[in-house]
Design a protein around this ligand. Structure first.
Ligand code: AHR
Length: 502
């Protein structure tokens, strides 16, 4: 039996809603088919956006959406995606399958999608192959109210009013697909490009995201921070609101990756062990940031995370389409608990990618749409958005797993919202055994207001278009009140949410 100790009197950092963000890239069937089908499609849509997908995303309370990439971003020239659709350039999507990109989904369409979902906008600019002028004009096009060449063009294209750009990424993975730069070279470019990402509306300043490291490339973080903070006058502070971090879980390593549905017990633990590695990555990158930014004014934006398996047999390898099992539910549960615990530094994240690609929350096939196990975990965890992280810790937790790939049996995070509701999210990582968790709070008298679970006996279980409800979010009843709190019995392979109130 494990014990979870909660001190509800000790509120810590606020869990930024943006930690629960998503990523939409021009990759495979994410944008086209998955989100955007065009106004003339037989699939029900509003202004070209699939109604089923938008409705499902609204239920998730998506706080922010990143677009257009990914690697796609540093080859995207935004002017190709505005104006009459018939005249928009058709080009090759060089990164993802070499297919034709007809640019029918561009800036106006992305802004319309965010309006329908009701989320903030995170645009990723092109530093790798674009110019400073191009980036600067994009910001002017989207956000300037008044007379200017770009604002006039926006109006001619049917949108008189400027939009709000909440976050702007100055390049993506510039250590790799975004230009193969050294940290010092990128950081100097970052300094220059970000200068021209103007805040036309001082009421709604754009938060700038500097390209951070891949996985454990601490050398990158050190080089970028050092160069950005070198010879930087005081007034320039605030020129970096976020530093990004990208980390994907490949069960069998980058080359082999591994199947999304066909794995054994050893690979189960290997995968979860790798998901837990996120904690060390955040700690160590954050420690480097602390040397330059001890007050943690700069947030860490883990704007690409999730599982990355070998693509589904018979699908285009360039489309990165994969299935999503109970194992992915655990990856999501573990990772989001880690983000919550580090919410003093991690203030934004984006699960890759929202529909039909890596650890997607939704999958589509023609007019059908299914929710994945990861969807239901994100749905349960939505109650953490904007809440205060509470001091909490586990004791008597068993270490389980296989040689070389050990994991704690249970992970957790706890928050309290403005109305005093306490959200507890727990994961049982065991593929063999249930686990009793004794929850103890500082005060007595808490009762369970809501209890939900995502689980399945079979760790390979997943939803398909023929059996769309194999793994769903269900009511959880295996708990009872104790003297000092609540005792829960979590089945193996499970993610549980409890909402407590006095
Ligand atoms: O998510 C797929 C790709 O992974 C993204 O385009 C890129 O940023 C990362 O390498």
């Amino acid at each position: 039996m494990s014990r979870l100790h909660i001190n509800e009197h000790n509120k810590q950092s606020t869990i930024a809603p943006e930690i629960y963000g998503h990523f939409s890239e021009h990759l495979g069937r994410c944008i086209y088919e998955g989100i955007y089908v065009g106004e003339n499609s037989d699939i029900p849509n509003v202004n070209g956006m699939r109604t089923d997908v938008v409705e499902a995303l609204k239920e998730l309370k998506v706080p922010v959406l990143r677009w257009p990439g990914g690697c796609f971003a540093d080859e995207y020239h935004w002017k190709d995606g505005i104006g009459p659709k018939e005249t928009r350039k058709k080009m090759i999507n060089t990164h993802w399958g070499g297919v034709v990109e007809d640019n029918s989904f561009g800036t106006h369409e992305f802004m319309e999608l965010c309006r329908q979902i009701g989320c903030k906008t995170y645009i990723n600019g092109n530093l790798g192959s674009g110019t400073v002028q191009e980036m600067s004009e994009w910001v002017e096009y989207m956000t300037f109210r008044g007379v200017s060449p770009m604002a006039d063009e926006r109006a001619r294209n049917g949108h008189e009013e400027p939009w709000t750009v909440d976050f702007f990424g100055v390049g993506n993975e510039n250590w790799g697909c975004g230009g193969n730069m050294t940290p010092e070279y990128y950081a100097n470019e970052y300094r220059r490009y970000q200068t021209y990402v103007r805040n036309y509306d001082p009421e709604k300043p754009i938060q700038k995201v500097c390209c951070g490291a891949n996985v454990d490339d601490y050398h990158w973080t050190e080089g970028v921070m050092k160069t950005c903070f070198d010879h930087t006058p005081e007034f320039l502070h605030g020129f970096m609101d976020f530093l990004s971090l990208h980390y994907y879980v490949h069960p069998e390593g980058w080359e082999i990756k591994g199947s999304s549905t066909d794995f054994d017990r050893e690979v189960w633990y290997k995968t979860l062990n790798k998901a837990l590695h996120m904690d060390e990555l955040i700690r160590r990158h954050s420690a480097i940031m602390d040397q330059y930014d001890p007050e943690k004014k700069i947030g860490l934006s883990v704007d690409e995370w999730g599982s990355w398996y070998t693509c589904e047999p018979g699908t285009n390898p360039g489309f990165l389409y994969q299935q999503n099992t109970v194992r992915d539910a655990l990856i999501a549960g573990i990772t989001l608990n880690i983000f919550n615990k580090h919410s003093d530094r991690v203030r934004m994240a984006a699960l890759a990618q929202m529909v039909n690609v890596l650890q997607s929350v939704l999958l589509t096939e023609g007019s059908q749409m299914i929710k994945t196990p990861t969807y239901y975990v994100m749905h349960m965890y939505r109650h953490h958005q904007g809440a205060a992280l509470l001091e909490s810790s586990l004791s008597d937790v068993e270490e389980i797993g296989v040689d070389g790939w050990k994991v704690p049996k249970v992970t957790e995070s706890v928050s309290m919202d403005d109305e005093g509701f306490i959200t507890v999210t727990l994961n049982n990582l065991s593929a063999e055994e249930s686990e009793q968790v004794d929850i103890q709070l500082a005060e007595r008298g808490y009762r369970v207001e809501l209890a939900r679970i995502v689980t399945h006996e079979d760790m390979h279980a997943h939803n398909t278009f023929d059996a769309p409800e194999t793994v769903v979010e269900a009511e959880f009843t295996a708990y009872e009140s104790t003297e000092s709190g609540i005792s829960v019995t979590m089945p193996k392979n499970s993610v549980v949410e409890l909402r407590l109130v006095r």
